[in-house]
Design a protein around this ligand. Structure first.
Ligand code: 9YT
Length: 134
């Protein structure tokens, strides 16, 4: 069994701060754990408004705290996000996220992230990122 805490992981390279200034993410469970998915606790900063398109990954996002909305860009549909909301990007949906307040999200990725991924110009993660070292 593996046990990790958010508090311990904050001091390691599991904490990824996005260079675009929109979010930071604690990558608690990653590819090298062998589970077939990765699990992250992500903070979206208040006022963040940005696009993502996970062309190589499926992602589910559960809101623990905060308020915002997500828009699917193929049809312009907007969905409110509040504590208890889960959105599921089952079609590699291109989407835009707006954080009205700081939001805490639990995120699951399949295939799992290696560890050091940040968004490329399309808002995707490459499959070739470096693993964490701890
Ligand atoms: C909600 C979302 O996709 N935010 C971007 C960061 C991502 N969840 C991650 O890398 O943990």
């Amino acid at each position: 069994m593996i046990v990790r805490t958010l508090q311990d992981s904050e001091k390691t390279d599991r904490r990824i701060v996005s260079p675009d200034g929109n979010w930071e993410s604690m990558r608690l469970l990653l590819k090298n754990d062998g589970m077939g998915f990765s699990f992250h606790i992500t903070t979206i900063y208040a006022g963040a408004d940005f696009q993502m398109h996970y062309q190589h990954h499926l992602e589910s996002v559960y809101c623990i705290a905060g308020e915002g909305e997500v828009e699917t860009l193929n049809d312009g549909e907007r969905y409110s996000i509040a504590p208890g909301t889960l959105y599921i990007l089952d079609k590699h949906d291109k989407h835009r996220l707006r954080a009205f307040t700081e939001m805490k999200m639990a995120c699951v990725f399949n295939p799992p992230l290696n560890g050091q991924e940040v968004h490329n110009a399309e808002g995707a993660y490459e499959l070739t990122a470096e693993p964490v070292t701890d």
